[in-house]
Design a protein around this ligand. Sequence first.
Ligand code: ME8
Length: 520
Amino acid sequence: MSLGNDKFYITTPLYYVNDKPHVGTAYCTITADVLNRYHKLFGRETFFLTGVDEHGQKCQQAAQKRGLEPQAHCDDMALRFKEAWQELNIDYDLFFRTTDDYHKQGVQKSLQQLLDQGDIYSKDYSGWYCVSDEMFYPEKDLVDGKTPEGKEVIWIEEKNYFFKMSKYQQALIQHIEDHPDFIHPESRRNEVLGFLRQPLGDLSISRPKSRLSWGVEIPFDPEHVTYVWFDALLNYATAVGFQQPERQKDFAKWWPASFHLLGKDILTTHAVYWPTMLMALGVPPPKTLFAHGWILNKDQGKMSKSQGEVINPLDLKNLVGVDGLRYYLVRDIHLGNDAPISEELVVNRYNTDLANNMGNLYSRSSNLIDKYFAGVTPSLMDVGGHWGEDPSAVNLIELLQKTPELLRREVEAFSPSRALEHVVQLLNQANKYLEETAPWKMAKEDLPGAGRVLLLSLEVLRLSALLLYPVMPAKMEELLSRLGQSQEPKDWSRAKTFPAIAPSTPIQKGSPLFQRYQAS
Ligand code: ME8
């Protein structure tokens, strides 16, 4: 796919503030953070947006339950999300809140524009509404009087304003057909095209204040507030300056967004409501929407705040560290698929890939450098001036030089789990090379030979640390520093440099990089 070489603007959904973050929302946010950090490493200027969705009935009810005013409830919840993201080392550029004034004004301007151009009308409406999803459901879609996912619906009769979404149905179908990268994975794209084979209705975009007062007031009817999805979706554009004349340059710079990451549960709102809203407003749709799968609970159902049974990401963090958790989520969950999570799975992955594979390579190499080379790297000249001709060294160097591009290709194809496999393979091969050559024995008869083996395994570690830095920023920073690379920039040219470690670089042996986790 072609992302262009310069800018990358990535978003997560804005999470509802009806409860605190859990491992499902952490999964989406960590994945976006990792993708963002990769694109930065590839040399792009990036912008990463996340935040919270504060309006709507769901939030109003959650505030009522706590005996708080909605704004006080939102302030508290926004803080909890921010704290969780800080603990998980999420490096966002903007934390968005839909209650911010500039956003509310952007929503009102958009509504006014659509009214003025004849894309909004009002009518009396009745239908089945699901508060949990904040959506109306057609009667035919209900299963035993509930939503297809089994959530409660209530009957509502009221005056609503409608956006003429149906007017843009053909243009949307055309857009999806002309832009194969617009919706990923492909199965989801087909799902949306299937949905669009039926006539598309218009979208109710208001709620009477008598039922719901917590929302952005409709600018042309103060008795109504804006439908929460219409308000929240606009965040992706108002965040970078949409409808703010003083920020036109920002908007021109960042829009269209490169990548909206979202769960498959909210694909319709993003793939149908959002692009038709943008088309009506005269703004191009985002480049790519990616619908990821669900983190499953014990019963193989979606882990969700409304269902109650959720894992706190911070508990898993206490087990294997932030980076261990981040690594598991990206390595074991193929983006787009559903996947289970449990302490056992997270710990197994941590032990296999991090404590054993990477950790062993580092501890063996650093210990031997300490023992035979006084803790500093020999120069290649001092150990024979070449890497040796044995096929395992030649193959390992070849793989090392290929790995950055192999990884990059997978990241750009939205497949970070496969990208990580390339690094794991490189580390596996380096460990095998160490086993075969046994530098701990070789050092006694052929010190230069052992030096070459160790230099090569340090090169593999250095490159792996750089390539895994977006996934495990703290641990890989530490590893790079132990390898004497803390002054080196983390950029793509360094990924392409071989050899990269200067002669006489001190290598710290230190404590294990990843302490092996022993189940109690
Ligand atoms: O839908 N597994 O907010 P939300 C994986 N406010 N991802 C999960 C998950 C799970 N078990 N549970 C939640 C909303 N997510 C709206 C969005 S955007 C303009 C408005 C993630 O709090 C997943 O990305 O219900 C899902 O789409 C998102 O959280 C929904 O969060």
